[in-house]
Write a protein that binds this ligand. Sequence first.
Ligand SMILES: Cc1ncc(C[n+]2csc(CCOP(=O)(O)OP(=O)(O)O)c2C)c(N)n1
Ligand SMILES: [Mg+2]
Length: 322
Amino acid sequence: MESNKLIELLEKMLRIRHFEEKVGNLAARRMILGSVHLYIGEEAVAAGVCANLRQNDFITSTHRGHGHCIAKGGEFRFMMAELFGKSTGYCQGKGGSQHIANFDLGILGANGIVGGGMPIASGAGLSIKMRNTDQVAVCFFGDGCCNNGVFHESLNLAAVWNLPVVYVCENNQYAVSVSVKQASLIHDYYLRKDAYGIKGCQVDGNDVIAVYEASKEAVERARKGEGPSLIECKTYRWRGHYEGEFDRHYTYRTKKEIEEWIDKCPIAQFKAYLIENNIITAEKIDQLEEEIKRELLEAVAFAEDSPAPKPEDALVGLFENE
Ligand SMILES: Cc1ncc(C[n+]2csc(CCOP(=O)(O)OP(=O)(O)O)c2C)c(N)n1
Ligand SMILES: [Mg+2]
């Protein structure tokens, strides 16, 4: 892979990590309304997959969606304003953290309903097929979605209709406090590809290059009209299910398990790889991070200074044809 592309991947992951850290701090200070689910530890998935997408490709996202939005080109200030519930946000402050959408960027929406993005992605795939374009739809979803009926319906239809959709399972091994081991006897969800007769694979979701390569193949296949794929990325969330979960007594996972995964940080691993291979220096990375932090401060100021939505606009924008 070219150096520029590798640095781009690092930058995307850093943008996600710093955004999430800032949002975590703001949420703790009650400056963000509503619940917030952070993506820290899982950055390689969104960054690796979206590096294969064009602006007019589609994604559907989840309740843990900030990383997908950033990876697909979402701007900090409009995201931050949305999290603050301000009228300058991507959805004029009506969506908040769990419902950011922007059709210009192909972001069909984060979704507070587990599995909600699955049929939307299949529908986007059907629309691409009917319009006969070479776009692709990517559906991000969690392990918690895999045992819902909508998973089966969406994958099965995409398979029989040969739709250009890549289903990306972010298997962070828990749905709130329920381990995948309690949820299913098959913990490797990519194996379900065979149930639908589609292609698929499992990758280390903390290895951004592995994610990039696996999704590249799947995206190319979809673009060529060769049908859907199911990619499972094994990863881990470092924070609680949502900001506000304080599992001080480690009731559903151990401290040791969390620490082991923090040791496998996707960003630290990738930084070390890039420095070792003389792709970028540590100083250059520091500089990049400082720039990102500056941009974030500006985004927070933009959000704080933006007006709240007007009460009389409460119903505006709710329906496309209004
Ligand atoms: C249909 C539905 N059922 C239950 C919930 C409550 N809920 C919110 S997030 C979540 C767990 C999701 O787990 P997973 O899909 O693995 O995503 P993760 O939070 O691990 O990223 C649940 C059960 C919901 N939002 N929607
Ligand atoms: Mg999960």
